[in-house]
Ligand binder design. Structure first.
Ligand code: FAD
Length: 489
């Protein structure tokens, strides 16, 4: 097919993979260039001494966006990708001994929370109704379409959003709204926690982000059969089946631009010409490393970046009945914790810990009687802190906290360890400053200060992924791929 159009995709992160499938279905010849020897970017997997770990995302919502890619390719989703709905989703542990399960659906959720806190069931249902309304008012505008195309501002969805502007929480912070809704500090802390889903502080991020719990609690959280990495592996298999060419171990060195038009890419093997170039590489580094002489949208690129994390991947020689797939061990002073991360730019002395254990659902992820712990704390992004020292501090603080809350001693149970810190995340995925979620959402204009899915200056150059519109997380990255490729005629 001589006149078949061609598309280069830089990066096999989940959004790059999504975009590759969509472009192939538009009839393009598609080549995905990935610097790593493996696909997935943040959504990757490693094994160590009989334990398997998902290295990045662990909470999975909106599986329909994965299914959609398979259906679009004329295949049966069940032949590629399967998942189960979680209920309960989380186990929350507080230092005062309170343990709360987060059940699926408004009723189940409210019943458990009301039984164990001072809040009435109906107050929780009212709150979840509000977050649902906020989601309905904002999703079409902020998640499903480009925010940077003039025509998208003259739609029914925008008109409805504008009429109901007072309801979308643009003028309050997440914490402000949550403190108004609940007198119980446990519930305020639980709902504040959702700011971390895009690496922000609940004391700064707009209350509009309180839509996130609606997605998780009401629309549901899921577990992919075989673990999170099966999202990546299923979609790459699909991509190969429909003729996408994935080139692993092949870093793109430059986006070739001639007369204001992207003409192709340069790798160590030379220049290859394409009709369209889509970068799934972090947008800050796409500008700085792949087209250093192009004019940069400085204001957007220089927005404060999101938080990052320290993650211990521990092989634990024990099975904890009190833990589930997703567990949060909360700090006692959340405000101080976020202030330490975002103002002091260091780690908190007693950080909130997230422990994910996929062997609870996939026993083969750990040897019999053992568990694979992904133990995570939020940290600032990389501004040159002494990470080796901070890792040692984090390990001590985390072990002490787990021991205190679970009344155990995990130290002798840790039979193997791998650790990621912001430097590793930066190196492994090219995320600027090792920030996990691109720009932070710590101000009410953040959604408008993410880079568009296209270049305003360079023709045929597009962007998808967690560092551009509509933002980070697996579902948003898959939506990013859709918005981007829909812009390409
Ligand atoms: C620890 C952690 C926990 C998370 N938890 C969750 C969660 O629970 N749920 C959720 O939904 N999301 C979560 N996220 C966020 C989610 O993982 C990301 O938003 C999403 O995976 C980002 O995907 P992406 O497509 O932007 O690309 P990335 O995953 O950032 O991948 C970009 C790819 O581009 C490649 N690349 C970069 N430069 C080049 C180049 N020059 N040439 C070739 N290839 C290049 C990189 O190697 C990489 O493979 C988490 C992330 C992390 C790190």
């Amino acid at each position: 097919m001589d006149n078949q159009k061609s598309c280069a995709i830089i990066g096999a992160g989940i959004s790059g993979i999504g975009a590759s499938i969509r472009m192939r279905n538009k009839g393009y010849k598609v080549v995905v260039y990935e610097v790593n020897a493996f696909p997935g970017g943040k959504l990757s997997s490693e094994s160590n001494k009989g334990y398997r770990f998902d290295m990045g995302p662990s909470v999975f919502t909106m599986p329909e966006y994965v299914d959609e890619l398979i259906t679009l390719s004329g295949k049966n989703p069940k032949d590629y990708f399967n998942y189960v709905q979680l209920d309960p989703v989380y186990k929350y542990f507080f230092e005062d001994g309170t343990v709360l399960d987060s059940f699926h659906g408004k009723k189940g959720y409210a019943k458990e929370m009301a039984a164990k806190t001072k809040v009435k069931e109906q107050e929780i249902i009212n709150y979840l109704d509000k977050t649902e309304e906020m989601y309905e008012l904002t999703a079409e505008v902020f998640l499903h379409n480009s925010l940077h195309k003039f025509k998208n501002f003259f739609t029914k969805a925008v008109a409805k959003g504008l009429i109901n502007f007072g309801k979308i929480g643009a003028f309050d912070t997440m914490n402000g709204a949550n403190e108004k809704a609940f007198k119980d500090p446990h519930l305020v802390q639980i709902f504040n926690r959702y700011s971390t889903y895009n690496g922000s502080s609940p004391y700064l991020a707009p209350a509009t982000l309180n839509v996130i719990p609606h997605v998780e609690i009401v629309k549901g959280a899921y577990y992919p059969i075989g673990g999170m990495y099966s999202i990546t592996s299923s979609l790459v298999k699909l991509g190969k089946d429909i003729g996408i060419d994935y080139r692993f171990g092949t870093p793109v060195k430059e986006i070739v631009i001639e007369n204001g038009t992207a003409k192709g890419i340069r790798t160590n093997h030379g220049i290859e010409k394409y009709d369209v170039v889509i970068s799934n590489m972090d947008v800050y580094n796409t500008y700085h490393k792949l087209m250093p002489t192009a004019k940069k949208p400085e204001k957007i690129l220089n927005q404060p970046k999101s938080s990052s994390g320290i993650i211990f991947y521990w092989g634990i020689k024990h099975s904890f009945k009190e833990l589930g797939l997703h567990n949060i061990l909360f700090s006692e002073n959340y405000r101080e914790e976020f202030d330490t991360i975002f103002s002091k730019k260091t780690i908190y002395h007693d950080p909130t810990i997230y422990v994910n254990i996929t062997s609870k659902h996939t026993p083969s992820d750990a040897p019999p009687g053992c568990e694979n712990w992904f133990a995570f704390i939020n940290t600032p992004n990389n501004e040159g802190q002494d990470w080796d020292k901070l890792i040692d501090q984090a390990r001590e603080a985390m072990i002490k906290k787990v021991n205190r809350i679970l009344k155990t001693d995990i130290r002798p149970m840790i039979e193997c360890e791998m650790v990621f810190d912001p430097r590793v995340i930066e190196k492994r995925t090219s995320s600027a400053f090792g920030a996990i979620y691109g720009n932070s959402s710590n101000n009410k204009f953040a959604a408008f200060l993410r880079h568009p899915n296209f270049s305003k200056k360079i023709k045929n150059l597009y962007f998808c992924g967690g560092s551009v519109h509509p933002g980070p997380s697996i579902p948003l990255c898959l939506l990013s791929a859709k918005i981007t490729t829909d812009l390409i005629k």
